[in-house]
Design a protein around this ligand. Structure first.
Ligand code: ZN
Length: 383
């Protein structure tokens, strides 16, 4: 049994969870529990959608999704003795689904890296099978996604100075919709002074936050900086599985419970002075036996870009999607598969001017044999 356990009211939105769940970053949030370094804690977490998505075949819920309620995160957890300059060493011990249903959506306007190509809403509901080892969806038949659970959001409270710095650098982007302003109406906690100053959880920042790193699976160790006294760690946005880059903006998003051991490394952050995350990936990695890699270079619609890894990524995704469509899937289904299936992405070229190069490793093992039979001519050439 863990030393501490935070439970939530089953199936209820964040606003009904009596301050155990918040959805903004702020230095003054009151901790819900205080632990000692080395303690284990289990936390129940609401999915990123705050129970707005339903297990139906309709996309009305996707169209109506209020994204200012993203992300409900459980916490903050105060760690005794933690001071700025220290690292929290969070070890991920276990993650399990709560309801056993997860969702992946293509959301209009949000849409991810190919939102111009796939502007329409699409939703897949995923059911966890075989003791939560796999997920399948009636909306994308013929695909089995292995479990690689990890938290999308994990982070510490920012200092007051850092919160101000985030607003300084992000606020010029608010009007163009390239960053999200505070949206105090749906902020939790709702206390006016905090709501109007607090930061949205969408981007990853110096405090970690919405890092969406698929390799933060069981056994991973995360060195998260302490920026306020006590650290104030919060966790949520659990993912059953995700592809590198979470390219549609959604993994298989689920409610669940996570067990962490939280250590304290006095002076670690002061010594290593890292602005951005350092972690040891977990031991649950994709064990796919057959992988085919599809590349992209930074040339789009005849336009030459310069060492642009984002354009190269788009091209690699488009290349992969055109292959997945040959297995009998629609574009939105193929795009979703890449965002949820544990796909690995790599930059293989970033110096050969003018073309950056990106590769998408598509695991063929996730597809049923009957789907793969449609591309047997290509597969007959590989191991
Ligand atoms: Zn998520």
């Amino acid at each position: 049994m863990p030393d501490h356990s935070i439970t939530l009211k089953k199936g209820r939105r964040a606003a009904d969870q009596e301050d155990k769940v918040h959805n903004r970053w702020h230095p003054d949030l009151k901790p819900i529990v205080e632990i000692s370094p080395g303690d284990e804690i289990r936390l129940e977490c609401i999915g990123y959608d705050d129970y707005q998505l339903k297990d139906t075949d309709s996309v009305e819920d996707v169209k109506k999704l209020d994204l200012s309620r993203v992300h409900p995160i459980t916490g903050p957890i105060a760690v005794r003795g933690a001071q700025p300059g220290d690292f929290l060493v969070a070890e991920i011990l276990n993650i399990e689904p709560l309801s056993g249903v997860g969702y992946s959506a293509i959301i209009p306007e949000i849409g991810g890296l190919l939102k111009d190509i796939y502007p329409e809403p699409f939703k897949s509901a995923w059911h966890m099978k075989n003791g939560n080892k796999f997920a399948v969806s009636r909306h994308i038949p013929g695909v089995t996604v292995p479990a690689m659970p990890h938290p999308g959001v994990i982070g510490t409270a920012p200092s007051a100075a850092l919160l101000k710095e985030w607003h300084r650098r992000e606020s010029p982007l608010y009007d163009e919709g390239k960053a999200y302003g505070p949206s105090p109406e749906t902020a939790l906690p709702s206390k006016a002074e905090i709501a109007k100053e607090s930061a949205r959880t969408v981007p990853a920042r110096e405090n970690w936050g919405n890092v969406d790193i698929k390799d933060l699976t069981l056994g991973s160790k995360l060195f998260i900086p302490v920026l306020v006294k006590g650290g104030h760690l919060s966790v949520g946005d659990l993912h059953f599985a995700q592809g590198d880059g979470e390219v549609t903006w959604n993994a298989i998003e689920m409610d669940g419970k996570i067990t962490l051991r939280i250590g304290l490394w006095k002076g670690g952050h002061a010594k290593y002075q890292s602005t951005w995350p350092i972690y040891q990936p977990g031991w649950i990695r994709p064990q796919f036996s057959r992988v085919l890699t599809f590349a992209g270079l930074c040339v789009e619609n005849g336009k030459q870009y310069y060492l642009d890894a984002t354009v190269a990524t788009r091209q690699a995704l488009i290349n992969t999607i055109s292959f997945i469509r040959k297995l009998g899937y629609t574009g939105p289904q193929a795009y979703t598969i890449l965002s949820v299936c544990g796909m690995q992405m790599k930059i293989f070229g970033i110096v050969d001017v003018p073309n950056a190069g990106v590769g998408v490793d598509l695991p063929l093992d996730i597809f049923d044999k009957s789907r793969l039979a449609k591309v047997e001519d290509l597969l007959s050439h590989i191991r």
